[in-house]
Design a protein around this ligand. Structure first.
Ligand code: DI6
Ligand code: FE
Length: 405
């Protein structure tokens, strides 16, 4: 963290405070000790003696937040991609022992160091596009030792790079082979062993589950949530991705931070999420890759004022991509989110989906996680989908990257 007072001048700022972009034009942002100290018109800015970064008429946004990833895994699923192009479905492949199970085998076989080594460039790719906070889930270990290894890899990645990593335990992602036909026993193992142990070791910022016909039932999900709640750990849920299991209503009863995917969510589920303040995390990469045609109920989210976030869902099975910037574009093209909604989805609403109130907006007192973009119109951030326009990025007040202009 840089202690020197710093200023970004000659910019517009999408503060994300209030509605829309919360745009401030001809503005400056000051920060010191990793925290924002002034945001507003250049004309009325306080006297400043430290460094000044000339934003060159560009746009400052909060550092981007990828609030749903499965970034740490080993192996590849390109073979399954080929099978799908020969007609097999995601469910067919899962039933034949492929899918998540294939990644579990590869991840179990990898060492902690292997996992860190293969995952680091993935994290770097996201950082290169302005990500300053990322959530990483387990769920490819499915045993105490292997879930720990995945979360330890995630923590190590965050400890050794200028990025903040939030870890989520997703032990209830799939049934490990040693518990075949014994899903309830595996849930028992999660709630009595895996969760309490890894929580005590400090590896669990949140708990997630895959509530789905090919995953776990609502009753099984609820047992995991009850155990998390008893430990004071917030929950989130992979819900209504492939069918409506009413997982979102269940999650809302546990004040879930977020429900994620949500293509098959109905109005009752939206109302329940609105009442509990649960964020809808939309994952257009998985929607695209699975060639899903049913869109999440964005109109209902708007009507009931459910905050919408956007994330990569980076994973080898259903969303093999590493670009939050592409998600901004797909949020608009595939889900018809407005550019303002897209940017809110990777800043203020993504922070909310992680239960973090110290970031996601450009305002006094927030962490100085900031991006400066070479764009004059904020809509360009979702309009273009393969064009790097990041001029500079600060993590907790320290200039982290300054790609060439
Ligand atoms: N939903 C998903 O899209 C990913 N997990 C989940 O619960 C898929 C994970 C994989 O196929 O490896
Ligand atoms: Fe996911």
């Amino acid at each position: 963290m840089s202690h020197q007072p710093q200023r970004i001048a000659n910019v517009s700022i999408a503060t994300m405070v209030g509605s829309g972009y919360g745009l401030q034009e001809q503005a400056v942002v000051d920060f010191a000790d990793g925290v924002i100290t002034y945001v507003g018109p250049a004309a009325t800015a306080p006297r400043h003696d430290g460094e000044v970064f000339d934003g060159n008429g560009g746009l400052v946004t909060p550092g981007l937040i990828d609030c749903h990833t499965h970034l740490v895994w080993a192996g590849s699923r390109a073979d399954e991609f080929a099978q799908r192009l020969h007609g097999a479905s995601y469910a067919d492949i899962a039933a034949a022992g492929g899918g998540i199970a294939a990644t579990v085998r590869a991840t179990r076989a990898a060492s902690l160091d292997d996992l860190i080594t293969v995952s680091r460039p993935r994290l770097q790719a996201l950082m290169d596009e302005g990500v300053t906070t990322i959530e990483i889930k387990s769920g490819y270990g499915l045993s105490l030792a292997d879930e720990r290894k995945q979360l330890a890899a995630a923590r190590a990645l965050g400890d050794n790079a200028p990025v903040s990593v939030q870890t989520t335990l997703l032990a209830a992602h799939a049934l490990p082979p040693e518990f075949k036909q014994r899903a309830d026993d595996y849930i028992e193992h999660i709630v009595t062993e895996i969760l309490p142990t890894l929580a005590a070791e400090g590896f669990v910022d949140a708990v997630d589950a895959f509530c789905e016909s090919v995953g776990f039932t609502p009753a099984q999900t609820e047992r995991v949530f009850a155990a998390a709640q008893a430990l004071g750990i917030p929950v989130k849920l992979h819900a209504e991705q492939l069918s409506n299991q009413h997982g979102s209503e269940l999650a809302a009863r546990y004040q879930a931070l977020s429900c994620d995917h949500l293509e098959y969510l109905d109005e009752a589920g939206v109302k329940a999420m609105a009442a509990s303040g649960t964020v809808a995390v939309l994952l257009p990469g998985a929607f695209y890759f699975l060639r899903e045609t049913k869109r999440p109920p964005m109109e209902l989210f708007r009507e009931y004022r459910v905050p919408m976030a956007l994330a990569t869902d980076a994973n080898p099975g259903t969303s093999p991509l590493l670009s939050l910037q592409l998600m901004l574009n797909m949020g608009a093209t595939l889900f018809r989110l407005t550019p303002e909604e897209c940017l809110r989805g990777v800043t203020v609403n993504a922070a909310k989906a992680l239960g973090l109130s110290d970031r996601g907006q450009v305002k006094v007192g927030q962490r100085a996680d900031l991006c400066c973009w070479n764009v004059s119109d904020a809509a360009e951030l979702s309009y273009s989908f393969s064009n790097q326009r990041l001029a500079a990025c600060w993590y907790q007040g320290t200039l982290r990257q300054k790609p060439s202009r």
